[in-house]
Structures are given as C-alpha cells and as structure tokens.
Design a protein around this ligand. Structure first.
Ligand SMILES: Cc1cc2nc3c(=O)[nH]c(=O)nc-3n(C[C@H](O)[C@H](O)[C@H](O)COP(=O)(O)OP(=O)(O)OC[C@H]3O[C@@H](n4cnc5c(N)ncnc54)[C@H](O)[C@@H]3O)c2cc1C
Ligand SMILES: NC(=O)c1ccc[n+]([C@@H]2O[C@H](COP(=O)([O-])OP(=O)(O)OC[C@H]3O[C@@H](n4cnc5c(N)ncnc54)[C@H](O)[C@@H]3O)[C@@H](O)[C@H]2O)c1
Length: 458
C-alpha cells in the first residue's frame, strides 16, 4: 500500500527540519527524507564546524599578545584532536536534531528523494513512491568548482574539515565568505596561506571600510593575496599540487581549495515531472510564500537562491509551515538580514553599506570610528576596530551598521533589533553607554564623520 502524508520534505537541513517540525506540531503527518546526515550543511559541514575551527585558529592571536599581559605560553597544536572533537560535537548535534524531529512525530527516511509528480516522491534506494498532499524541497546547495583541468585535485569546504593532516601551504581561490573564513582558519593554525581572487578586493558587497580592514587584518596574520587572477589548471607534483595561474605563474602548494561559490542541489531531482520552474541562475523559483510554479510543491533555503544563510532558511521553513498548515499566509522579509564573516578580524553588518545608502537615499550621514580595541593596547598590535553607522540625515533612521573587530557579530546582532524597529540615531543615543566596551561607540557618536547630500560626499 502506498504510504501517504500531508507533507513530504526532501532534505533535512536548516530549512527542512524547521518546516517538518512546525508542520508536525500543527498536526500534519510528515516524512522527511535525508540522504546524508540530519542537520544539513550548517550542522555537519558549515556554520558549526566552521565556527569551532575559527575558535581553534584564534588561539594563535591570543598566544601572540599573552606576553604583554605577563603570560609565558608554550603552545603546540594537534589537528587530529580538533577534528576528532569537532566530530563528536557534530554527532551530538545530529542526534539532537534527530530526536527533535522524532519527538515532534516526524518520520525520518534515510534515502534519496526525487520528485515523481506534483504529489509523489520516489525513494531511490527503497524503490518506493510516497504520496504527499504537499512537497517541500529543501535540498540546499553544494560547492561549485571552476571547470578547469585538474579541478579534482582541489578540495572544497566539504573536504577541508576532515583533512588527514594539515598541509604545509594552501592556495584558496575566491573572495567570499568561505574563502575568508578558511584562510583565517588555516593561517591561524600555522599553514602558509595564499588567497587568489579574480576581483580587486575580497568581500564584494560589504562596506568598503570592512573590506579594506579585513584585508589588512588578514595580511597582518601572514595571509598573502593575489588579485585579478584565477586558477587555470592543477596537476599533481609529488605530494604537492602544482597550480597554473592566469598570470602565467606556476607554483606548488600543499593543498588547493576552491571557495568559488555554491550551486543549488537540483540535479536529478525530477523537477520536470511536476513542472517546477527554475530562475535564471538555476535555483528553484518561488513566490513570497515559497511556493513553486507547481501549486503543491514549495521550496525553502539555499536551493531557492535567495539569501544563503541558516537563519534565513529556518525562517523560510517556519513561514512555509505557518502558511500551509496554520492557515496563516506568512512571507519572509528579506530586506534587513544581518550577516557575519567569521574571519580574523571578524566582520558583521546589517542594512545598507555607505555606498548603497548614498545611491538609494542620496542624503545620508555616516558615523565612523576607528580605534585600537582595548585588548590590543598593552601589546604591540596596532590593528584597529571599525564601527560605522549609516543614517538618514540629521539624526534620522539608522539604515546601516558595519563592524570589524572582536565581537562584531555579537554586537551587530543586537544593533539589528532597534534597526528592525526603525530606530533613529536619537534612539541609539538615548541608551547610556556601557564602559569599557567597544560597542559603546554606537551610542556615543556625536557629529557625523561625513555627509552625503544629493548622493555626493560633502
Ligand atoms: C562552510 C560553510 C560555512 C557556513 N557558515 C555559515 C554561518 O556561519 N552562518 C550562516 O548563517 N550560514 C552559514 N552557511 C550557510 C548555511 O550552511 C546554509 O545557508 C544552510 O545550511 C542552508 O540550509 P538549507 O536547509 O537550505 O540546506 P542544507 O542545510 O544544505 O540542507 C540540505 C539537505 O538536503 C539533503 N539532500 C539534498 N538532496 C537530497 C535528496 N535528493 N534527497 C534527500 N536529501 C537530500 C542534503 O544532504 C542536506 O542535508 C555556511 C555554509 C558553508 C558551506
Ligand atoms: N558566515 C556565514 O554566514 C557564511 C559562511 C560561509 C558561507 N555562507 C553562505 O554560503 C554562500 C556561499 O559561500 P561562498 O564563499 O562559497 O560563496 P560567495 O558567493 O560568497 O563567494 C564566491 C567567490 O568565488 C568567486 N568565484 C565564483 N566563481 C568563480 C570562478 N569560476 N573563478 C574564480 N572565482 C570565482 C566569486 O567572485 C566570489 O568571490 C555565501 O554566499 C553565504 O551566503 C555564509
């Protein structure tokens, strides 16, 4: 007999797990299909292990300044210990996610799911077809490598977490989140790290002060940059990988990592059997309620090519469940999403960059502070923290907050709350500073550092 459900979810990552649990808690019969590990990218090979490795890498900085505070530290690092401890934590989280689903009454099916029609999903290994009133596609994405000779010799973030040993050197291609975060990790753990990027400066789309500050901070930690260049080919050279660059340089590296973006997991998903349409970039096209061109099929998270962040996928999963199973049509507001790059230094932002705000609003004020964070003052370290607020003119609404330095993500997360409430500069100023902190700058800015009027910097 055909098994049938109110909802079949394909992919147990951030978006799928939230949607499945909420729908089940609202009384729906739900099955979730996962062909790898419950938890998805974020838990298994994304945010969580990444942040743990960033923590590991940051000890290098702390040891460097420890002497200024009177400490003598003799440090050594063991990669195998970090990998094993990370693995234990990931296993724990996977169990917690599994228990959470089961506790809500969701049936977990470990198989590969493909769409077989508007209301049916085929299980590859079981050879069974499930019936579903509604199908949710939350299959996420995968790292994409450039199509160059020898690309198979390069790793991606998927493999980087579980390397058998640390390479003596690494070349990372890309200028986005993954490139910056993994350059930070490898450099902090003692690997000679070079970043090659086709553009002019890393972190395109972030505020320029954060981009230059991040670049300087990474250089200070020994990371080398090759700009305006791509990798043209890889070949094996003994234990090393020989890299041919577009500037004709050929050089060996202990490892090569592609951080050249991610592509939606749509291949072989059977979308054509239900007439599910794609966007121009090959993601699943959805409306504001995450509904695809097939009325019984929805999609959330990275596979939809909107904003590829875990909290966004979770919010989309929640909104989908509210819409379909709670009779409460809920659209996710993607307009004010905070984001952080866990490099060293750390960068975080919410709202418009100075440049985008000046283009969009013409008249804006910019409040900028650059200072040595207190932890650096006893050491020789000259690195500066950057704090920027972008507001509408003359104390108007705060429309951008950009921070580089220790705790940037934690601070921006809090600044995002008043910004979501449409707070203006006076609302920020009403808060009495907490001292000594870095974040107190946000409530003590006096005059703007610069103004734009008619889109022109004054
Ligand atoms: C290295 C790295 C670091 C990151 N760090 C952060 C961070 O710090 N903060 C942040 O907000 N975001 C971060 N992200 C992004 C975040 O991980 C994703 O945005 C998020 O996981 C997307 O959730 P999702 O539900 O769309 O898909 P995923 O979490 O990718 O889940 C999709 C699931 O579907 C499964 N699947 C795919 N196809 C099938 C199929 N046919 N049948 C069955 N199962 C299938 C996959 O195995 C996977 O488990 C990071 C990503 C990477 C790669
Ligand atoms: N801290 C976080 O929240 C976090 C961390 C990691 C990933 N993510 C999410 O995952 C997504 C993917 O991250 P990512 O760093 O892989 O992608 P990205 O889009 O941030 O960066 C990809 C980089 O590769 C370059 N590139 C693309 N194709 C190329 C090619 N053919 N040759 C050379 N360079 C090329 C791009 O110019 C860009 O600099 C991010 O957009 C983000 O949403 C978030």
């Amino acid at each position: 007999m055909t098994r049938s459900y109110d909802l079949v979810v394909i992919g147990a990552g951030s978006g799928g797990v939230r949607a499945a649990r909420v729908a089940a808690n609202l009384g729906a019969s739900v099955a979730i299909i996962e062909d790898y590990r419950v938890g998805g990218t974020c838990v298994i090979r994304g945010c969580v292990p990444k942040k743990l490795y960033v923590y590991a890498s940051r000890f290098a900085d702390m040891f460097e300044i420890a002497g200024s505070f009177g400490w003598t530290v003799e440090a050594s690092f063991d990669w195998a210990t970090l990998v094993a401890n990370k693995q234990r934590e990931i296993d724990r989280l996977e169990k917690a996610y599994t228990a959470g689903l089961e506790g809500s009454g969701v049936e977990i099916i470990r198989d590969r799911g493909t769409i077989a029609g508007p209301n049916s999903v085929r299980l590859r290994d079981a050879g069974e077809t499930l019936e579903a009133k509604t199908i949710l596609i939350s299959t996420g994405g995968h790292p994409s490598k450039p199509a160059i000779p020898g690309a198979e010799l390069g790793i991606t973030s998927n493999e980087a977490f579980d390397l058998k040993t640390l390479p003596h050197s690494i070349l990372i291609e890309g200028g986005g989140y993954v490139a910056v975060e993994f350059a930070t990790i490898f450099a902090g753990l003692g690997v000679k790290t070079t970043l090659v990027y086709r553009g002019e400066r890393i972190l395109r789309g972030f505020d320029d002060d954060l981009r230059t500050g991040m670049e300087a901070g990474m250089q200070m930690r020994g990371i080398q940059f090759i700009y305006g260049t791509t990798i043209c080919g890889l070949s094996q050279a003994g234990q090393d990988v020989s890299v041919t660059l577009s500037n004709d340089v050929v050089a060996p590296y202990g490892a090569v990592m592609f951080a050249t973006g991610r592509a939606p997991n749509i291949h072989g998903l059977g979308l054509e059997t239900a007439g599910v349409a794609l966007t121009e970039t090959g993601a699943i096209a959805v409306d504001a309620y995450s509904r695809t061109s097939c009325p019984s099929i929805y999609a959330v998270g990275d596979v939809t090519g909107r904003i590829a962040l875990t909290p966004v996928a979770i919010r989309e999963g929640q909104a989908f469940a509210e819409t379909v199973f709670n009779n409460t049509p809920t659209a996710v507001d993607h307009s004010l999403v905070g984001t952080a790059v866990f490099g060293e230094p750390e960068a975080a932002a919410v709202g418009l960059t100075e440049h985008d705000a000046a283009c969009a609003h013409k008249d804006i004020d910019v409040y900028l502070a650059r200072f040595r964070p207190m932890i650096n003052t006893l050491s020789q370290r000259s690195e500066r923290m950057v704090m920027k607020l972008v507001t509408l003119p003359d104390g108007g609404r705060v429309i951008g907050c950009h921070i580089l330095g220790p705790g940037a993500a934690e601070i921006v997360q809090m600044a995002a709350i008043p910004m979501a409430m449409k707070a203006d500069k006076a609302d920020f100023d009403r808060a009495i500073a907490m001292h000594p902190t870095a974040a107190e700058e946000l409530v003590t800015f006096k005059a703007p550092s610069c103004r734009y009027r008619g889109g022109i910097r004054q």
